[in-house]
Design a protein around this ligand. Sequence first.
Ligand code: GLV
Ligand code: GLV
Length: 324
Amino acid sequence: MKPYVYITRKLPEETLAELKKIAKVEMWQEEDKPVPRQILMEKAKKAAGLLTMLSDKVDEELLLQARQLKVVANLAVGFDNIDVDAASKCGVTVCNTPDVLTDTTADLAFALLMAAGRRITEAAEYVKDGKWNSWSPLLLAGTDIHHKTLGIVGMGRIGEAVAKRAAGFEMDVLYHNRRRKPEAEEKHGRLFYRTFEELLKESDYIVCLTPLTPDTKGLFNEKAFKMMKDTALFINVSRGGVVDETALDKALKQGWIRGAGLDVFREEPIPSDHPLLRHANLTALPHIGSASIETRLMMARLAVTNIAHVLQGLKAPAAVNADE
Ligand code: GLV
Ligand code: GLV
C-alpha cells in the first residue's frame, strides 16, 4: 500500500506529480481557509508525510499521535510553527524551502523599504480616495533611499540578497548576525558588521530578517526602538514574534521612529481594528514575502520533493534536522 500524505492547503495539481507516483495524496480543499486543528490531528494520525503551511502548528501533541509520520515539509523557509526538537525525538524529518525564495523575498523586502521611505501606499490611497487636489512642493514627501545607511538584522541568504540590491542604491550596509561573515563582507564591499545596538543607532533603514527563536522573540522592544534614529524606518519581513508590537505602536505614536513596513505580524491575519493599522506611516502587507507565482510553484515542488525523498529513504534536499 502506498504511504498516505496530507497537504494542508490546495496546491496546483502540476506540482504534485512526483509525490502521486509513490504516495496516496490528500489535500485540504479550501484555498483561503486553513485546515482546522482537529482535522489536521486526525489526518496526521495516519500520515507518513505532511505538507504544511507556516500557519499550521505542528507541536508535540500532534507529533506524539502521528505514529506513522516520517516527514513534515513546510512550505516556507521559516519553521517556527514546528517543534523541531519533538520531531527529532519522534524520528520525523522536518524540511523547509530555502534558496528558491531568496531573491523573491529580498525583492519584497526592498519593495517594502522603498514603500516606507517614499510613502508609496499612503500616496496611492490618497489618489484613489480622491484627495489629490493640487500639486504641492512637499505633498507626501518621503525620505531618500539612495546613499542612506541600511541595517540588516539577520544576515542569512535573504539578507545577503537585500545587501546586493542596496548596492545599486549606493547604500552603506551594516549587518548584525550571530556569526560575523567575513566572506560576505569581502563579496559585497560597503558591508560592515555591527553589534545590535550600534546597528540600531546608525541605520536609516532597519530590515529584520532574523528567524523567530526563543533568543529573538520580542527582540525589537521599547529599548530597541528608542535607540533608533527618530528618522529611522523599520521593516520586518521575517516573523511578527520578533517584534514587541505594543512597543512599535508607541514608537510610531510618539515619533521615536519615522515609520515602519511590516509583512508579518504576531497574529496573522492581523485584525483590521488592530492599533498598529491606524498609523498612516505604517505600511502593512499580508505576509507575501515569497509570493511570486514562479517562486510559490518552486516552493511547492521543493516541498513535494522533500517528502518524496524521505518516503523513498533518500536524503531530502532541504531537511533542517537531518543530522540529529
Ligand atoms: C515565509 O515567511 C517563509 O518563511 O518562507
Ligand atoms: C534564512 O534562512 C535566509 O535564507 O535568510
